[in-house]
Design a protein around this ligand. Sequence first.
Ligand code: BDR
Ligand code: CA
Length: 313
Amino acid sequence: MAPRKIIIDTDPGQDDAVAILLALASPEEIEVVGITSVAGNVPLALTTKNALMICELAGKADVPVHAGCDRPMGRELVTAEYVHGATGMDGPNLPDPTMPLQEQHGVDFIIDTLRSNPPGTITLCPLGPLTNIATALEKAPDIAERVHQIVLMGGAYFEVGNVTPAAEFNIYVDPQAAEIVFKSGIDIVVMPLDVTHKALVTKERNAAFRALGNAAGTAVAQMTDFFERFDREKYGSPGAPLHDPCVTVYLIRPELFSGRHVNVEIETTSELTIGMTVADWWGVTDRKPNATFMGSVDADGFFTLLTERLARL
Ligand code: BDR
Ligand code: CA
């Protein structure tokens, strides 16, 4: 089967970095046609620089990287240096990137790629706030029916919020954008905290990355070492949750995940719960299902695949 063509929309982020490395290490299953950066974990200048550094770390300096939106659609940017560090990708000491940033804006790249490829052949993989995707949908509504699928990291239901008691970070940063995406009618697969908090880098899994002995394995071990301190302190969990790699692992081994096709609405106004993903997990409303909301993952299968693929870089 031909590899699946994807655009990765991202705010790196250590976990974004791992997701991107996995995709770039898996050309049989995934063709990364481009990467678009967005403001999220840190401001846009840093997420863009980090995206370029990750491509170079993977030895793929030919992947087109486009900078996208520098702020959410309708509110001030909220960042997460307290989780990811001042650079957004603290941990390893990677060289500054030398590969070029593309001139075209990320939103226009998304629109043009969807219009120039046959309908149903491009999958969008958002790993950060949904600003670029929603802006593209607003600017070019015709692209919605051309998207094959959106596989995104965001939201939470049983696990509730990580940035407020009710909301997960990516959705909280730009709830207006999330609402546009969830109402778009596009086939959506969601990796919420309910599943990402089950993909934890334990000491043994971190040691396996380090033992690979290549630059990517070492950097991933250093990134996850840094990134775990936040979740250890907050949740008492044994290691860093690999939120965003759930998206790229799913593209390769979807059978590792299980969830339900349910209705998901986004809270956009309440001060108390803004950014909450209201998932009708128990089917208590007659609202139409609009997303496959994942709930569990085979974590051993996940880490076996990831480690094996990082070894290829
Ligand atoms: C999400 O927010 C970011 O901090 C991570 O990169 C991930 O995309 C988890 O809530
Ligand atoms: Ca992210």
